[in-house]
Design a protein around this ligand. Structure first.
Ligand SMILES: *Cc1c(COP(=O)(O)O)cnc(C)c1O
Length: 476
């Protein structure tokens, strides 16, 4: 499997080592050198016989079957061990890893939030942490991950990387502005390779500092700085697995098709669904749900892509979907423009110049052919959906899941199973749950382990030089 950049200016061949640019290389690289995103040269196909065999697999077996198609330059036995260590009952609460909940005939929730931070990002990041450790050891390299978090992605990354060899994590979070649950979760990690930097400022300050440090090529190189953001292809590959899993759990035979509804922010989760469909999984519709930040709803309905900037980005009650531009979206656009890197450069050139782009009518036809449907949800919709799912099925869902359920139900077809992805546990968003239902949520006992641990963090002013000095001294 070779990987190419969506901007087309990176050779898919590594001449220095006389081999194609494979999974192991793009794993640690992040963004391609030409500013594009890495994508596989072609999607591996799963034919009828293999699909039949997959139906009987356990979660780790299925994960290996799918991931080995993408990570074909990692020794099969090594990949199998990594996958087997990742998708365990200990890490995800049950052998099922991603249990399906049947609400009624042809209406399901696929529970992706049993991992250590109670949100679906653990599904891929737990795999990524082990994979990074393995790849760094092979290359005899070290990696220092620098990131900014408003609470969620950062803690998932810290849990995935904590205690792993060859890497450290420097995570900037705004002091006093994360939820109590998020703060306890991150700051109580006791591993020496985790550095919580609490910035006396806002999340934007944290992000600006990360950007400034990344702009200092010399510093970046000297201290081996990298990221684990959502553009990493290995994360997408790790998410493809649960679409197959959910499909098998919601159907009896491979002649049936299902529709998935996905609460969407950076377009990572739903992109994985699209990849699964391209690999041959019988998916009818991919239902994309946004909150008030409906950039992608607008695109899928009109062909206009116009990321919001500054004050146009709303702070909503499904905060993990409050994005301005969807970082994985370019991968999908690359496909429907026929893998034409020139066209991508043209579209993104327009984006940089005018703040938006519009695709042609013929390009637009791909959207419906690919099975995408889009819709959005408001705070009031979210509350009503949480309430009605609780009343009807006695199941409590989180606000992000509620966005997906609301839009999913609007497009439900009676004879096609609808699988709504459950992306976080309600306890993480206690205030919204209280507003919707009057109920208090409790932390499952499995996650109470951090209750009595001391918090480890360093509070610093939003001063880039001070943060640099902190990183430098921590690494000496
Ligand atoms: C990150 C996140 C999303 C959005 O997923 P994308 O891959 O960014 O589209 C939805 N719900 C929750 C709870 C999340 O943490």
């Amino acid at each position: 499997m070779r990987y190419v950049s969506t901007r087309g200016k990176v050779e898919p061949f590594d001449f220095a080592h006389d081999k194609p640019k494979g999974f192991s290389e793009i794993l640690l690289e992040g963004l391609a050198a030409d500013g594009g995103l890495y994508v596989p040269e072609a999607y591996p196909q799963v034919y009828a016989d293999e699909l039949t065999a997959m139906r009987r697999m356990t979660y780790p077996e299925l994960a290996f079957a799918i991931l080995s198609k993408y990570a074909d330059d990692i020794l099969a036995d090594d990949l199998r061990s990594i996958v087997n260590e990742t998708y365990t009952k200990e890490n995800f609460g049950s052998e099922e890893v991603a249990p399906i909940k049947k609400l009624e005939e042809n209406f399901y929730l696929l529970d992706l939030c049993q991992g250590s931070t109670l949100a679906f990002k653990d599904m891929a990041l737990q795999f990524l942490g082990r994979l990074f450790e393995y790849a760094l050891e092979k290359k005899k390299e070290t990696l220092n991950i620098l990131g900014a978090t408003s609470g969620d992605t950062g803690s998932s990354a810290e849990y995935a990387m904590s205690g792993r060899r060859g890497m450290n994590v420097f995570m900037l979070s705004p002091l006093g502005r994360t939820s109590e649950f998020q703060r306890r979760q991150m700051y109580t990690l006791q591993d020496k390779n985790i550095f919580n930097v609490a910035i006396r400022g806002t999340f934007d300050d944290c992000q600006d500092i990360v950007k400034q440090i990344n702009g200092d090529a010399e510093f970046k190189k000297k201290y081996h700085l990298g990221a684990v953001n959502s553009i990493n292809w290995a994360r997408i590959a790790g998410q493809v697995v649960y679409y197959f899993w959910g499909y098998f759990k919601a159907t009896k035979t491979n002649s049936e098709s299902v529709s998935f509804s996905v609460p969407t922010g950076n377009f990572g989760n739903i992109l994985a669904g699209y990849v699964a469909k391209r690999m041959g999984l019988p998916i009818k519709h991919l239902i994309l749900a946004t909150n008030e930040n409906n950039v992608l709803e607008e695109f899928f309905k009109t062909g206009l892509y116009r990321p919001r900037i500054g004050k146009e980005v709303h702070a909503t009650s499904s905060p993990s979907m409050d994005i301005s531009k969807a970082s994985n979206f370019e991968r999908y656009v690359f496909d429907f423009v026929g893998c034409d890197a020139k066209r991508i450069s043209e579209l993104w050139g327009n984006l940089n110049k005018k703040g938006s782009f519009e695709i042609s009518n013929s390009e637009r036809t791909h959207i419906s052919e690919d099975g995408f449907i889009a819709g959005s949800s408001t705070h009031a919709n979210r509350l009503a959906t949480i309430r009605s799912i609780l009343e009807k099925y006695n199941v409590l869902i989180d606000p992000h899941t509620a966005d997906g359920v609301k839009v999913g139900l609007e497009h439900r077809e009676r004879e096609v199973p609808l699988v709504c992805l459950e992306t976080a546990q309600p306890v993480k968003f206690a205030a919204t749950i209280r507003e919707a239902t009057g109920q208090e949520t409790t932390v499952p006992t499995r996650f109470e382990k951090f209750r009595d641990l001391p918090e480890r963090f360093t509070a610093l002013d939003p001063n880039t030089n001070e943060i640099k000095a902190f990183i430098a001294s921590a690494l000496h």
